[in-house]
Write a protein that binds this ligand. Structure first.
Ligand code: SF4
Ligand code: SF4
Length: 343
């Protein structure tokens, strides 16, 4: 992991660390297609429940390995699998550096390899996996990254087409060097684009043709200024929205204290890719034809084809509508118009 960015530093959680151990457990694919298809009543809840349980499982496995190493006389720390960031790094809210990047660890140790989406995947399984990790003072035998012919990713780029707010590029790459090996995946345009969508504030795809499970219907932010503006607006609105009425009640991200409880509404770039071209294309079609959600005042989610969803949304009480849409770009446009007319 030597030579990598802050997230590759295995000594952050344990100054005496000599080695790190990575592993992966798969999400239940039987629950992914009903989530992508926005099947009611439990398409969202079933997958969220599986996702939360697999994260807890990864955390439990990591703690078991940690305790085993401690019993053997070594120091060891387990890594929290998700939503825990290095708050000591300036600007961490935008760059989101993890305490230890489980992706870097999995790529460097050959648990899986990077896909274009930036997730770790495995041939025939793809990227719907939850990663886990442990750092320890034990000096373990290192394993090598997977060779390129073992990569699951054929760069079909379907993952870039399902991200509502285009968090990552379809052309430009990010390179990261870890322990003498260089890895690549798509360039992150602005991670706050994912916070907005995956955090549940926004849901309508730029095309207007489908949505995530989030009823937010904001216009696509064209630049970082618009992203920041939408962040403060949409997070305030989201807190006032009713909870989605199904049996799974979401989770509390340990960072982003201001965000409150989050119910899983996206993850599409990750769960779409099954490490098999035919299956991934099927997933893409399912999502693209899955319609758009709107939310009733009691929190119930309704799913309609795009035009019908727009009509139903426009029929709603304006006070309720304001929790999901505001023309936040109007003021920005006016500012631009005024500056153009200035001598
Ligand atoms: S969808 Fe999967 S296989 Fe296709 S580019 Fe994205 S990560 Fe690679
Ligand atoms: S999780 Fe959703 S919002 Fe985040 S990058 Fe993937 S598709 Fe985009």
């Amino acid at each position: 992991m030597a030579g990598g960015p802050p997230g590759a530093d295995i000594t952050y959680l344990l100054p005496e660390a000599q080695s790190a151990i990575g592993f992966a457990i798969p999400l239940n694919k039987d629950l992914i297609r009903p989530f992508l298809a926005k099947e009611l009543p439990n398409g969202r809840a079933d997958h969220e429940d599986d996702n939360i349980n697999k994260n807890i499982r990864a955390w439990e496995i990591a703690k078991d390995v940690r305790d085993f190493l401690r019993q053997k006389g070594y120091k060891a720390m387990s890594v929290i699998p998700n939503n825990k960031y290095r708050e000591d790094v300036p600007g961490w809210q935008a760059s989101l550096p993890p305490e230890l990047s489980l992706r870097y660890l999995a790529a460097r140790s050959g648990v899986g390899s990077f896909g274009w989406n930036g997730s770790i995947g495995i041939k025939g399984i793809g990227t719907p996996i939850i990663l886990g990790g442990i750092v320890t003072s034990a000096k373990l035998e290192p394993t090598d990254p997977l060779p390129p012919e073992e990569s699951f990713c054929d760069e079909c780029k379907l993952c870039t087409r399902v991200c509502d707010f285009q968090m990552f590029s379809d052309k430009e790459e990010t390179l990261v060097t870890l322990g003498g090996y260089t890895f690549s995946y798509s360039k992150r345009i602005n991670k706050l684009r994912c916070v907005l969508v995956c955090g549940g504030c926004a849901g309508l795809h730029k095309s207007g043709q489908f949505s995530t499970w989030s009823p937010g219907r904001y216009d696509y932010p064209e630049d970082n200024y618009e992203v920041n503006r939408l962040m403060s607006l949409a997070m305030t609105h989201q807190k006032k929205r009713p909870e989605i009425q199904d049996y799974s009640k979401g989770y509390n991200p340990s960072s982003f204290g201001g965000m409150g409880k989050v119910q899983l509404t996206c993850g599409n770039c990750n769960i779409l890719c099954w490490g098999d071209k035919v299956e991934t294309v099927k997933n893409y079609k399912i999502l693209k034809n899955s319609g758009c959600v709107i939310q009733k005042e009691n929190g119930e989610i309704l799913v309609f084809p795009p035009e019908k969803a727009k009509e139903e949304f426009e029929k709603m009480d304006p006070k309720h509508q304001r929790l999901y849409y505001k023309d936040y770009r109007k003021k920005i446009r006016r500012k631009a118009e005024i500056s153009q007319t200035m001598p």
